[in-house]
Design a protein around this ligand. Structure first.
Ligand code: PLP
Length: 404
């Protein structure tokens, strides 16, 4: 990550703008801190950039769990080809948008009978995670008199190098082991089988390892497709494109991934599975960099040579920035004051308002002078922020969320 907030515009006086509104003005509009703000234009631009990199006939889906804010989903529904949801509530919010139900897919382990029944009734495609789940989907369909649309989520025999979170290869709670897929395909009965889903890793900045995973995935799925009872129409290759969080992170090379995908489509998928549409599903990469978490300094204090800025937010809203969401070594998310380009005064440590040393938002970062009442902005907060944080911890009120 280069300069903090480099993707966002600046107001004339150097104040950070979110969605064209200076952040101090936005704070006044929201009426309270802390809050999350998402920049609509940045989301639109990111989707366009991803689409430009991918082959034209690839479908782009948004993984709702990255950020399920309803207004964001409404905006996103005009930009992407589909939504991937992971709970009944995410599905309800997805179905509230203008996106038709047949473009929604439902993945994730442990779907309840009630969730399966809702999905079948809605006409949403269920990405089944086990043989047992397939049976429960069948029963839901029989009870409703509706033929369920299903895909099989496959746990591949390989892992993806460079993923921040691994979700495929070896034993997994996700999907059906590839070697068990042909047996399941043989007893699908009258389920409407559309195809396959592989999602093997998240937060990957290494384009070459994503390309390799896609090559291996296509190879695997072409082989499995030979055992399918009807022509395969759906090939969801997952995604896992990351975003830069830390100083040395570099953005993922989307063009390289898109070119590799075009080679795979032209050489293998289109000739061998002419009915199949390839899907890429992304969460973090589409929204993560478009969001900020805005807090206000409540206290400034010195302790044995360290300057602490105590803000009114913390890990209960933005757990990931504290380093406690899937990181092995704590590193700082980018943060700034309301004027990201102002010269630094020295180092400060930004902590939240919770009574635990875990509530650390930025450790010894260069910041301009900030005092009680000033805003501190935490970047890369558009994905896995509020809904991936322990909001009930210490019983502070929930923050506002705005799409600007
Ligand atoms: C979480 C998840 C995603 C989104 O992952 P990102 O890293 O946010 O892109 C996509 N597909 C499935 C099945 C998921 O569980």
């Amino acid at each position: 990550m280069s300069a903090a907030g480099a993707l966002f515009a600046r107001h004339g006086d150097g104040v950070l703008e979110i969605g064209g509104v200076p952040v101090d003005r936005l704070a006044a509009r929201v009426g309270s801190t802390p809050f999350f703000a998402y920049d609509r234009r940045l989301v639109t631009e990111r989707v366009a950039a991803v689409r430009k990199a991918l082959p034209d006939d690839v479908s782009l889906k948004y993984a709702v769990k990255a950020n399920p804010m309803p207004a964001l989903l409404a905006h996103m529904s005009e930009l992407v080809d589909g939504f991937d949801v992971a709970s009944a509530q995410e599905m309800r919010h997805a179905l509230d948008t203008t996106l038709p139900a047949h473009r929604v897919s439902f993945a994730g382990p442990g779907k309840s009978d009630a969730e399966l029944s809702s999905a079948v009734a809605a006409g949403v495609m269920i990405e089944a995670e086990s043989g047992n789940e397939l049976e429960r989907i069948r029963r839901a369909g029989e009870a409703l008199g509706i033929r369920p649309r299903v895909a099989l989520r496959v746990n591949p025999p390989f892992a993806v190098r460079g993923s921040g979170m691994r979700m495929g290869g070896g034993p997994q709670q996700f999907g059906v082991d590839a070697e068990g897929v042909p047996a399941l395909l043989a007893r699908l009965g009258d389920l409407d089988f559309e195809g396959f889903h592989v999602f093997a890793g998240s937060q990957n900045l290494n384009a070459e390892s994503i390309c390799e995973a896609q090559r291996l995935t296509v190879e695997l799925l072409l082989e499995l497709a030979e055992a399918a009872p009807q022509p395969v129409r759906y090939l969801n290759l997952g995604g896992g494109f990351g975003i830069p969080y830390f100083e040395r992170d570099r953005p993922v090379d989307r063009t390289r991934i898109g070119d590799n995908l075009e080679t795979l489509l032209a050489g293998q998928v289109r000739p061998r599975l002419p009915d199949a549409r390839v899907h890429i599903e992304l969460g973090r990469h589409l929204v993560g960099e478009a969001g900020v978490y805005v807090t206000r300094v409540v206290d400034r204090k010195e302790s044995r040579g360290t300057t602490y800025l105590v803000v009114d937010g913390g890990m209960h809203h933005q757990l990931a920035a504290s380093g406690n969401f899937g990181q092995f070594i704590r590193r700082n998310y980018p943060v700034s004051t309301a004027r990201p380009d102002a010269p630094a005064e020295g180092k400060a440590t930004v902590v939240g308002c919770l009574c635990t040393p875990l509530d650390l938002l930025a450790d010894g970062v260069e910041l301009p002078h900030a005092d009680v009442g000033d805003l501190i902005v935490v970047y890369q907060a558009g994905a896995y922020g509020l809904t991936a944080s322990p909001t009930a911890f210490l019983s502070h009120p929930a923050p506002a969320e705005v799409l600007v």
